[in-house]
Design a protein around this ligand. Structure first.
Ligand SMILES: C/C(=C\COP(=O)(O)OP(=O)(O)O)CCC[C@H](C)CCC[C@H](C)CCCC(C)C
Ligand SMILES: O=C(O)C1=CC(=O)c2ccccc2C1=O
Length: 302
């Protein structure tokens, strides 16, 4: 399998830089938790509230857009993005404008969640999503900047796993489920894997800005060697939960994402210390996230 190299510099066409700044594939992280939580709910209740599902999906996309846009704003303040040609702040030269566009997405997202809470006459999902947003802010915003202390992957797991998947389930059922919680562990793990992978090529800039990401702490070689274990844990857990009859057999369909996991591990093990070559590994992880999450949800629906 050949792998296209993706590196961005000021010499790139502006359109490419804008696409890299907006990062459309990354919105998989908004779609999958809502899809999986809803799929588990539909499997159990045989009922889908399509209005709630589409509103939640749109709101999640807006909230993830806020998280990404404000990340460029906050990172512009620490100097960590000074070499990042595809930072929205560097592209526009207008930090204030980007800050307010980010806030607009946050407001739109929260209005969507508010609408669902209103239809349900229940504030629970507002509470959960506000907790997600607080985690998103604490990851990157002052005075916390917890991502700079290497806590991003744990925060990411909690927000995109148990919190977001439970909120999606609750939006359909107004109740909780241990099966859904188990599915959220898989979604959270694959989402954190994306964040983990996104840090391999940034080690130099991260070190210079004092960001102690897990890759900075462990080194690229040890971090690369962890990948097969993390990927292996996803498939082992899914199989175990199927054998225990907690997941329906069809969820084993998610094993079809294994080629992405193999490609990811091979690529990172080979290029972990070559930033230009390893920089696209987060998009292989996004592919794994999307296919694994899509098939996991489908497995519940079938
Ligand atoms: C913005 C995030 C990562 C970017 O990190 P980094 O600065 O290293 O990367 P760049 O190279 O692009 O500068 C992700 C942060 C994830 C955070 C820990 C948790 C966010 C929670 C969300 C707001 C939850 C959304 C829930 C929704 C699905 C309902
Ligand atoms: O820009 C990035 O690298 C990421 C953006 C993002 O929203 C996200 C969300 C969840 C896990 C990882 C990531 C990124 O890596």
């Amino acid at each position: 399998m050949t792998t296209k190299l993706i590196t961005y510099s000021n010499s790139q066409p502006k359109s490419k830089l804008w696409m890299a700044a907006i990062k459309p594939p990354m919105y998989s992280v908004a779609i999958i938790p809502i899809w999986v939580g809803t799929a588990v709910a539909v499997a159990q209740t045989k009922n889908l509230n399509a209005g709630v599902f589409s509103t939640f999906l749109t709101a999640a996309i807006c909230i993830v857009a806020w998280s990404n846009i404000s990340n460029d704003v906050f990172d512009s303040e620490t100097g960590i993005d000074k070499n990042k040609a595809h930072s929205l702040v560097n592209l526009t030269g207008n930090k204030r404008l980007i800050f307010w566009i980010g806030n607009l997405f946050l407001i739109l997202g929260l209005l969507g969640i508010l609408a669902i809470a209103w239809w349900q006459r229940d504030l629970t999902i507002i509470g959960i999503i506000l907790a997600c947003c607080a985690i998103g802010y604490a990851y990157q915003g002052p005075p916390f900047r917890l991502g700079y202390h290497g806590l991003g992957e744990i925060l990411c797991f909690v927000a995109y796993g148990p919190l977001a998947v439970s909120a999606a389930y609750y939006s359909q059922t107004q109740s909780w489920s241990t099966t859904n919680l188990a599915a959220s562990i898989i979604v959270g793990t694959v989402t954190s894997l994306i964040l983990f992978c996104s840090h391999f090529h940034q080690i130099k800039d991260d070190l210079a800005a004092g960001k102690r990401s897990p890759i900075v702490r462990l080194g690229t070689a040890l971090s690369a060697n962890l990948l097969p274990w993390i990927c292996g844990s996803i498939y082992t857990l899914t199989s175990l939960l199927t054998v225990l009859n907690i997941f329906p057999t069809w969820t084993l369909l998610s094993w079809l994402s294994l080629p992405f996991a193999i490609k990811l591990c091979r690529h990172v093990l080979q290029y972990h210390d070559q930033p230009e070559k390893v920089s696209n590994c987060k998009f292989i992880a996004v592919g794994l996230h999307f296919v694994c999450g899509l098939l996991l949800g489908l497995g519940f629906m079938l």
